[in-house]
Design a protein around this ligand. Structure first.
Ligand code: NDX
Length: 256
């Protein structure tokens, strides 16, 4: 049966960190090509409706850790911290897999990116789940540790911002519409990438609550993946809408 190999966790986390840097170098200048940054020119590429694409892509991030959690024998009951943290991760991906895709009004998603996105979600789902279920060790009172409580608070705050902002974006379109408008309300009052800001806060909260290398590597990856994308969204809006609110920042309220 499976057991913990610390060197495997170290290797997979390091690779995740390296992927983050690769991503940063790739997407700092040009955005990843989906949504508003997809060029009409590359219409040769295949696409899948946003609904199917997001469902398929995010499913492994829910399924893999949920299965690891459910199938471990003997089941890991102690300490409570491990299961709780694994459930937080699954909870986010339950939303992203089973709720978000069914309401999205996004454009069809490029197959090529779907392929890499799915691979990524398998990889990360395995790393986070495997670490928490087989390797992590917490004192029995971890649930009252300041790292756990403050991290959990950040996680919940970030998730709230992320879900609320996803909703505001969705409401900009009627069903079947694919045009872009100026996002209004919520944290969009302050930043163009409110949904991304929420997601980044969420995963740094998760990293603090788990106090683990894999989770910090994933938070860093998220920052390198959607941080630049927020910046590109911001530039797109400034270019497209002459009446775009001047005081709005790209990602971090009042700062950047
Ligand atoms: N999926 C994370 N890298 C990604 C898919 C792409 O969950 O090869 C990472 C995630 C993947 C990426 C994933 C991993 C890295 C990949 C990348 C592709 C290339 C890259 C594989 C897995 C890669 C290497 C080289 C390292 C291997 O039509 P539309 O779609 O634009 O409509 C949009 C709409 N909207 C508007 N509607 C009206 N008016 C406006 N002004 C609008 N602006 C937007 O709202 C969408 O329907 C919707 C949201 O759009 P957008 O662009 O704001 O968000 P989006 O990027 O689609 O993300 C959606 C949510 C969001 O909450 C975000 O926080 C979360 O997913 N997310 C996204 C990406 C990654 C991630 C979270 C994470 O890292 N944690």
């Amino acid at each position: 049966s499976m057991q913990c190999f610390p060197s495997l966790v170290l290797a997979l986390s390091s690779l995740l960190g390296a992927l983050a840097l690769l991503q940063l170098s790739l997407y700092l200048r040009v955005p990843s090509r989906y949504g508003k940054h997809e060029e009409r020119l590359c219409r040769a590429r295949g696409r899948l409706p946003a609904r199917c694409a997001w469902f398929l892509q995010e499913l492994p991030s829910f399924l893999v850790p949920a299965l690891l959690l459910a199938l471990r024998s003997p089941p890991r009951l102690e300490p409570l911290g491990c299961r709780l943290l694994c459930c937080l991760f699954c909870w986010h991906y339950f939303y992203r897999t089973f709720i978000y895709p069914f309401f999205t009004r996004g454009r069809p998603f490029p197959l090529q990116l779907l392929f890499f996105g799915t691979l990524f979600c398998i990889y990360n789902g395995f790393l986070q789940g495997y670490y928490l279920i087989y390797c992590a060790e917490y004192p029995n009172d971890w649930c009252t540790d300041i790292r756990f409580t403050s991290g959990l608070l950040l996680f919940l705050l970030g998730m709230g911002i992320n879900i609320h902002s996803d909703l505001l974006l969705r409401q900009l379109r009627k069903p079947g519409e694919v045009t872009y408008k100026i996002p209004q309300g919520g944290l969009f009052t302050y930043v163009s990438g409110a949904n991304y800001f929420g997601e980044i806060v969420e995963w740094f909260g998760f990293a603090i609550a788990t106090w683990s290398l894999p989770a910090f590597a994933f938070a860093f990856f998220t920052l390198c993946c959607i941080g630049p994308r927020a910046y590109h969204h911001h530039r797109y809006y400034l270019k497209t809408f002459t009446d775009y609110p001047k005081s709005r920042k790209a990602l971090i309220p009042f700062v950047f």
